[in-house]
Design a protein around this ligand. Structure first.
Ligand code: AZC
Length: 797
């Protein structure tokens, strides 16, 4: 008997004895608790850290978000004990899949950036890449989304770990102290002393990340607290309210994740969170480095600090501060260490997401750091002066300065302070160089790279799609879970009728399962024969859910006008959250829900058209939707979606992409073959032309009857219970501004949708395309991304 089996059986005996019950009497919740506790023991016992790879440094992955999803099923699988647990449960008349549903989804992220961090932790552990993930232990993760009576988004708090969350350890031994405010005393020359006005403690919670047959290593999350209940000195002075407010500040610090995706809000508390995250993490990195008897000069030889976008940018001046003030290194020495240690990943070109902090605010909260940033800015000034001639200088400085117009430009700070900068898909990395940082690219040659994103096949195929996994196991030699390129082996089977039938049957089974979820969640009975057309992602104008919406309205109108005409039945599924303060995105959600209500109750639409909005999109819901998709909507305006990762998950699970030439869609089309995706819309270049010629959305509105009728339906009360003004802002934005060229792409999108319907009618060809998507997209495994990081960025010098 394996040691895990023994552990399982003896622990079950004890667990039941303590509760005076027989195993058969345990509730699902108790089973969940029991299995979670045993698996945590197994995680800690059976997986010593592997020796680190010699060719790469240890990775310290700094991210404000880790959207890890449920852990129990994933851990059981990666430990290789999933089947054993399943068998034990089966003996007691239980199903493991149901038990796993008991776990709360820790929603410690907003979307793509946070989920990518989680995939990377999985891949690093699976590839024995030594790594620690550093993040924040938010008390409330991303809000829970409900849909209100009028179809509108409502938000509720998500206290993800309040009652029971066994996968984490409180590491009381890893406490840190973080200062804020106060003043800086200039001692002499380069020597300064920071006297913070107040201090907050950070305590760590470790979540072990279990790699696939690999190592376990920590995701370390910091939480703020205050040492004393309140400041007695101030209290004794009689200023009771002030005394207590300090305590409130400390506990408030990590209370909630900011719910913005691709948008900076600029709140002081957010900057405090960022600094707190960085200060705790930098101290922890140095502690471990020095504990191994290594010198500060050796830091870049052994450690790399990977910045997940600019949210942890303040780590750069923080490391400088520690080296200068605490270890008394010279500026030159400190900078030489620092600039060889950091690497920065850019995830967006959207101007509203590029973080810039008010310089006065930074100076007030972090007075020592602003002095360091000023010095960095001055040194940079010399470099730019030396590289650019007089005619070029003004423009180059405007582009590269870290400090400009009382703003601290965090992306610039990252580029200056890092030895490597990368974008997240080829087209995006090219735009980072050509549009965002052209002057830097000239100044720092060789600093810019591309690492195309990837997704972990353990969660997104093995766990989410067990039926497809079993089929792949049957036909692929070698462990495809570890080496996704092995899926190429099924390419010759794409035309094999027997394999096609098996593949198709699995898709059908997954669609039935999703149909059940839809019925449970929103009470809609869907047509399992329809094309399942899926758009799941954050709601954002640039992602253009409104384009999908307009096409659905046009389709509805067309069916209404020609009730006799044959239609390829279609189910449109949406899921996603909008930032609570993002009015237009919320209007789009409401419009979809109102449209769904009208369409789903119209007898003329029966068997032809349905719309489902599934509330509270999160990792566990994605795992249910993705395996059931026939069509994957990736319809952002070209140049706006840095990469996308949902596009990869959906395509690997056999959905056909309808998409623009944006982000990783471009590479997906290359790998899958152009004939196995449907591409439409303007390209980066043609968008440029469109704008250069003075884009006027109203012209499209006026000239295209189908488009105009669709938009007008939003203002005639059809989808708003007679309210003609509900969508005024949305409609005005589309007709008069349309910053993401929705109207310009409408006709071509509609044609692409007709192409999808046409192709779906030839099921043999459709399944062949779907199989080829699975077979050819192995490069989008996050294991490949991590290997790219290893060879391009994390290698030892
Ligand atoms: C996202 C990008 O929008 C998405 O295209 C990409 O796939 C993902 O990062 C992972 O790289 N960006 C964000 O979520 N947020 C920010 C601030 O970029």
């Amino acid at each position: 008997m394996s040691s895990f089996q023994t552990l399982l059986e003896t622990s079950l005996k004890t667990y039941c004895e303590e509760r005076f019950v027989q195993p058969e009497q345990l509730t699902d919740r108790q089973w969940y608790q029991f299995i979670a506790e045993v698996s945590q023991q197994a995680v800690l016992q059976s997986f010593p850290h592997n020796p680190p790879l010699v060719s790469t440094r240890k990775v310290n992955y700094l991210s404000m978000e880790f959207l890890i999803g449920r852990l129990l099923g994933n851990n059981l699988m990666n430990l290789g004990v999933y089947d054993q647990v399943q068998q034990l449960l089966a003996k007691c008349g239980k199903n493991l899949v149901d038990i796993l549903e008991q776990e709360r989804d820790p929603s410690l992220g907003n979307g793509g950036l946070g989920r990518l961090a989680a995939c990377y932790l999985d891949s690093m552990a699976s590839l024995s890449q030594a790594a620690v993930g550093y993040g924040l232990h938010y008390q409330y993760g991303l809000f829970k989304q409900l849909i209100g009576y009028h179809g509108e988004q409502l938000e509720r708090g998500d206290a993800w770990n309040r009652d029971f969350y066994p996968q984490q350890y409180h590491r009381a031994d890893l406490q840190q102290k973080v200062g804020f405010g106060g003043q800086v005393v200039h001692l002499q020359d380069d020597k300064y002393q920071w006297q913070p006005e107040w201090e907050i403690f950070g305590e760590a919670f470790d979540l072990p990340v279990v790699g696939y047959k690999g190592v376990q290593q920590p995701l370390r999350l910091w939480q703020g607290y205050s040492e004393t209940d309140f400041d007695f000195a101030v209290f004794n002075d009689g200023d009771y309210l002030h005394a207590e407010s300090r305590v409130i500040d400390a506990s408030k610090l990590t209370k909630v994740l900011y719910p913005n995706d691709n948008h900076q809000e600029g709140k002081a508390l957010r900057l405090m969170q960022q600094y707190f995250h960085c200060a705790c993490s930098i101290a922890d990195i140095l502690r471990q480095h020095l504990a191994q008897g290594r010198s500060l000069e050796q830091l870049p030889e052994f450690e790399v600090i990977q910045l997940n976008d600019t949210h942890p940018a303040i780590a750069i001046p923080e490391l400088m501060r520690v080296l200068l003030d605490q270890y008394e290194l010279s500026w030159e020495k400190a900078w030489s260490i620092c600039s060889k240690t950091f690497a920065y990943t850019n995830h967006t070109l959207l101007p509203e997401a590029l973080e810039q902090w008010d310089q006065t605010l930074v100076a007030k909260l972090l007075p020592r750091h602003i002095i360091i940033i000023e010095r960095i800015n001055n040194e940079l000034h010399h470099l730019v002066k030396a590289e650019f001639n007089e005619d070029e200088f003004a423009q180059a400085w405007y582009e590269t300065a870290v400090l400009m117009d009382n703003r601290v430009r965090m992306a610039n700070l990252c580029v200056v302070g890092s030895f490597a900068v990368n974008g997240v898909a080829q087209i995006h990395s090219d735009l980072v160089v050509s549009d965002l940082f052209p002057a830097y690219a000239r100044l720092f040659k060789g600093r810019f790279h591309n690492v195309t994103n990837g997704v972990t096949p353990r969660r997104w195929i093995r766990q989410a799609n067990p039926a497809l996994s079993a089929l792949l196991d049957q036909h692929v030699k070698g462990d495809w879970t570890k080496d996704l390129e092995l899926l190429r082996q099924i390419e010759p089977l794409a035309k094999d009728p027997q394999f096609q039938r098996a593949y198709q049957a699995i898709k059908q089974q997954n669609k039935q399962a999703l149909a059940q979820v839809i019925e449970q969640e929103i009470g809609l009975k869907v047509n399992g024969e329809a094309i399942f057309d899926i758009q799941i992602k954050r709601f954002h104008e640039y992602k253009r859910q409104q384009l999908n919406l307009l096409n659905i309205i046009a389709t509805y109108q067309e069916i209404k006008a020609n009730p006799e005409q044959a239609v390829v039945p279609r189910l449109f599924v949406f899921a996603g959250k909008a930032a609570p303060g993002y009015f237009l995105a919320k209007q789009i959600i409401q419009a979809i829900n109102n449209l769904a209500a009208t369409i789903n109750s119209d007898p003329d639409m029966q068997g032809k058209l349905q719309v489902a909005f599934l509330p509270d999109y999160r990792v566990s819901l994605a795992e249910k939707i993705i395996p059931a998709a026939d069509v994957s909507e990736q319809i952002s305006l070209a140049g706006k979606e840095a990469s996308g990762t949902g596009n990869m998950k959906l395509a690997l699970n056999g959905a056909i992409t309808i998409g623009t030439l944006d982000g990783a869609n471009v590479e997906i089309a290359e790998f899958a073959g152009e004939e196995n995706v449907v591409i439409f819309g303007h390209t980066v270049e043609s968008v440029r032309e469109l704008r250069a010629n003075g884009y006027n959305p109203r012209e499209y509105y006026e000239q295209d009857d189908v488009l105009r009728n669709a938009i007008d339906a939003l203002t005639d009360g059809s989808f708003a219970n007679g309210d003609q003004h509900r969508y005024d802002a949305l409609v005005d934005n589309l007709i008069n501004h349309d910053p993401f060229c929705t109207l310009a792409d409408f006709a071509s999108y509609r044609a692409a949708q007709q192409e999808i319907a046409k192709r779906y009618q030839n099921q043999t060809a459709w399944v062949e395309s779907a199989i080829l998507n699975t077979a050819r997209l192995g490069a989008f495994s996050s294991d490949r991304s991590i290997r790219d990081y290893q060879t391009r960025i994390w290698k030892k010098a």
